[in-house]
Design a protein around this ligand. Sequence first.
Ligand SMILES: NC(=O)c1ccc[n+]([C@@H]2O[C@H](COP(=O)([O-])OP(=O)(O)OC[C@H]3O[C@@H](n4cnc5c(N)ncnc54)[C@H](O)[C@@H]3O)[C@@H](O)[C@H]2O)c1
Length: 356
Amino acid sequence: MSKKLRAAVTGAGWPAWQHIKAYQWSSDVELVALCDSDAEKLKKTADQYCIPQRFTSFDEMLNSGKIDVVSICTPNFLHALMSINAMEKGIHVLCEKPMAITVSDGLKMLDVSRRTGMTLMVAHQQRFTAQAQYLKKLVSDGCLGEIYHIRATWVRRRGIPGLGGWFTQKEKSGGGALMDIGVHLIDLSMWLLDFPEPLQVVSSWGSRFGVHGKGASTGYPATNNEKNSLFDVDDYVFAQINLCGGASLQLECSWAGHIRGEEFNLEIWGDKGGARLFPLTIYTDHKGLPIDSAPVLPETNPFEAEINSFIDSVKKGTTLLCHPEQSIRTVELIEMIYKSGTPEKTEVLKAESAPI
Ligand SMILES: NC(=O)c1ccc[n+]([C@@H]2O[C@H](COP(=O)([O-])OP(=O)(O)OC[C@H]3O[C@@H](n4cnc5c(N)ncnc54)[C@H](O)[C@@H]3O)[C@@H](O)[C@H]2O)c1
């Protein structure tokens, strides 16, 4: 395939802007269309990025016959339906995280991708930072030895993305902090570990801020504050996940908490060495003494790297860097974490995976 792929984006929020910029940087792509059901947001973003074709209806955009690939950047509950409709029309899909709000929706998406032969990738852009790529190579090359633990943290002091908006309504989001930012922690950690099967999950989660109308991020657009103030999701989740093969994963995730401030990091424990992701630091021993080393990495834009990888896979058939099977595993683990702990009780959940 030598001619440029015609790309479209649907949803005109922050992640969509990153997809738009990355498509516009790519020499293999022409960004031809944008869709948003909100005509004002559509016009503002399309004008800002000079996008020629504009649609308020996703189906109309799909039926226009003008696109080869589409980025789905709409609220979580629309991911499965929109991805399936696009693939059925012969359009390759890059879908924002989380893949879907249930495992069964994720499995339907995978089925359609397999049947139609259309590429389906979930936008786990955290895998594409220079730090994560370097760390993955260190782990794969055995430089840190056997990895027996990962501690993954994404906590915010006041960071609920729009009180009462779709993010805080379970029906539309599938969950709160865990679905929104915990999904990155789970995907990154499980990818570094090569997606071992979960054995046991113990979790504790709930809401201490959102249910009382507190904890909203000041940085989030007020458009997300819908009139109804429904908040029926988690704003904190703590979990311990024991994995087949002996490794464990400790997860700390919150949209709001009485803590110093936002922290996003991953610490990896291996029997030959360890590492911290931000700033990337490798912990080893040399002649009996602990050594910290800090690789100097080139500045990269993870969204550009993600979109280049997706486009290469569509155009040249290169291996997908984020397999949809893995994205389903991540949603499955999220479901297990929610099932294992409730605000009332916590129980150890023995894993039973969906056949993929
Ligand atoms: N990868 C990341 O780092 C990252 C960051 C933020 C959000 N996200 C994900 O991106 C998605 C969107 O999040 P957001 O923060 O932009 O939300 P948002 O609410 O700011 O934007 C969503 C947009 O989708 C539009 N929309 C809603 N229904 C539509 C429909 N039927 N057809 C067309 N457009 C429709 C809305 O009008 C809105 O403009 C979510 O799945 C979220 O999890 C990813």
